[in-house]
Design a binder for this molecule. Structure first.
Ligand code: ATP
Ligand code: MG
Length: 454
């Protein structure tokens, strides 16, 4: 039974209206469902609109014609209708059969009932249906829960998590993105059923977890549901409560990490690098005679551990390599001097170097105030980096005003000597000792050739 109906005027994209109108014209029911309705009520413009309908996939294809329809998930009743170049996913109302494996329903059965369809959905806030005239239909109490910013499973949370363990991570992801409080029995079952996450594919885990990491409210979730995350990243377990015994730190390793997560921009590479930047600290710990803790080599070991974790979670190569590099470099000194800036730029490239600055800034901000002066160093370094880019200062062989052939034409023997002189010229340019100008470089090359050959 529909618990509540409310009216919310909303300007749907024309294509969504025309897909729904066409289905209705042919005597079927059709609604916008799921995340889009939730987002509309939250005042956010949805990225996509899913339509649920009483029509079977064959009936949907009969309405729009084979040309406009792509059977993207036909086994689950989904047909993507492309209307005016705009794809709309249209899914037949369905109920899911048993889930023997905590991942996939053994079978799905189509139904003509909207109520049955919304009740198979994961959370009350995702179980709303909306007509294009703005009527929102609520069978599960989602409107009330949204109003109270509560995340609640539809039905018995324990059963729902057993059916599909991904819902555990989805719950934490929605809480992290929107700051929802998780209703008590849903929260209890998240903890109780967390072991089932081990059955999921790495791809599904990472997709949800990386969104969770980028949520505005992720820190309290990472803290409170730590034991959920150690199911698929057991390497972080020793971090919690690991005291650092170091005047530069006021937090244990895990709390320091959480503070740094809060300080870094919510972008997946940065958040992942920060989450794992100190993962090797417990392994690398030693205490000197004065009772001060040290973590020799934790950067390199942490990078290796992150590499293993991200490979296991099947994270794409570019992202994994960047994260690993950032972790390895997170403690390097970045002296704010032009020659150092240009060297680092040559070493890492602008994009990665800027990310490294962001990682370092967040890391330092999460230390004790004793480290605050290092933030100034980062700011000065960044200023010099901006200048290097703005003035297009040369940092690479390819940007030098002479090349190997020019040196050979000067009479320098091709081979090792040319390489050596080129490197020396680039060093001197980056140190500011030599302008990147053809005449000056050729003159200096001659001098160097004479010096090296005599
Ligand atoms: P987002 O805004 O991130 O896309 P979403 O809620 O739209 O969030 P989708 O993965 O696009 O998430 O799923 C669309 C809808 O399908 C959900 O709102 C929910 O109703 C339902 N759904 C998705 N995954 C599950 C699941 N594992 N179990 C039950 N229902 C689900
Ligand atoms: Mg969605």
């Amino acid at each position: 039974m529909c618990r509540q109906t409310i009216q919310v005027p909303y300007d749907f994209p024309g294509q969504v209206i025309s897909v729904i109108s066409a289905l209705e014209w042919h005597g079927h029911e059709a609604y916008v469902v799921g995340g889009a309705v939730r987002d509309i009520l939250l005042g956010k413009r949805p990225e996509d609109y899913d339509v649920a309908t009483s029509a079977t996939p064959e009936e949907v294809m009969a309405v729009f014609g084979k040309k406009a329809c792509h059977p993207t998930g036909i086994a689950h009743g989904t047909v993507t209708v492309v209307e005016d170049k705009f794809p709309v996913e249209v899914t037949t109302f369905r109920v899911d059969g048993d889930y023997a494996d905590s991942r996939h329903p053994d079978e799905v059965t189509f139904t003509r009932s909207l109520e049955e369809d919304v009740k198979r959905r994961d959370f009350t806030i995702n179980a709303l249906a909306m007509k294009t005239d703005g009527t929102i239909m609520d069978y599960c109490g989602g409107i009330e829960d949204l109003r109270n910013r509560k995340l609640r499973a539809v039905g018995d949370p324990g059963v729902r998590f057993e059916e599909d363990a991904l819902r555990i991570l989805r719950a934490l992801r929605f809480a992290s993105e929107h700051g929802f409080a998780i209703e008590a029995s849903t929260a209890r079952e998240i903890m109780a059923k967390r072991g089932l996450l081990a059955k999921l594919s790495s791809e599904r885990i990472w997709k949800e977890f990386s969104k969770l990491l980028c949520g505005m409210y992720c820190v309290p979730i990472l803290r409170k549901y730590f034991d959920v995350f150690t199911v698929f990243i057991p390497e972080i377990a020793p971090m919690r409560g690991f005291e650092q015994h170091n005047p530069h730190h006021i937090y244990d390793v895990w709390e320091h990490t959480l503070a740094a997560v809060m300080y870094v921009r919510n972008e997946p590479i940065l958040r992942t690098a920060i989450l794992l930047h100190d993962v090797a600290k417990p392994e690398c710990f030693s205490m000197d005679e004065d009772g001060v803790g040290h973590f020799l080599g934790h950067q390199k070991m942490g990078a290796d551990m992150a590499d293993g974790i991200l490979r296991r979670l099947k994270v794409d190569t570019k992202m994994r390599e960047t994260v690993v590099m950032l972790i390895k470099a997170h403690d390097i000194t970045l002296e704010p001097r032009l020659r150092i800036v240009r060297r680092r730029l040559a070493q890492y490239g602008e994009e990665t170097l800027r990310m490294l600055l962001e990682v370092k800034r967040a890391d330092i901000a999460a230390h004790s105030v004793k480290s605050a002066y290092r933030l100034k160093e980062i700011a000065d370094f960044e200023e010099l980096l901006d200048r290097t880019i703005r003035e297009d200062l040369c940092c690479s062989f390819s940007a030098m005003a002479v090349n190997g052939n020019d040196l050979i034409e000067l009479g320098i023997a091709p081979g090792k000597l040319v390489g050596r002189i080129k490197k020396q010229l680039l060093d001197e340019i980056m140190d500011g000792a030599l302008p990147n100008e053809r005449e000056a470089l050729l003159r200096r090359a001659k001098e160097l050739a004479d010096k090296y050959t005599c």
